[in-house]
Design a protein around this ligand. Sequence first.
Ligand SMILES: [Zn+2]
Length: 59
Amino acid sequence: MVTDVVCGMHIDETKATEKSEYNGKTYCFCSSSCKSAFEKEPKKYAERKESGSEHQHHH
Ligand SMILES: [Zn+2]
């Protein structure tokens, strides 16, 4: 399982149809809209989730 870094959904990477490469890493998405959101600002999403805690709440 991998995480869709845009919406936080867990997806099966073997079934993921939407993928994008950034910084040598492949990211999988639940939908084309998540993918295009990522591709607009890959930096924002790619950096958000490298280490540790899954859920960050924005206050
Ligand atoms: Zn998604």
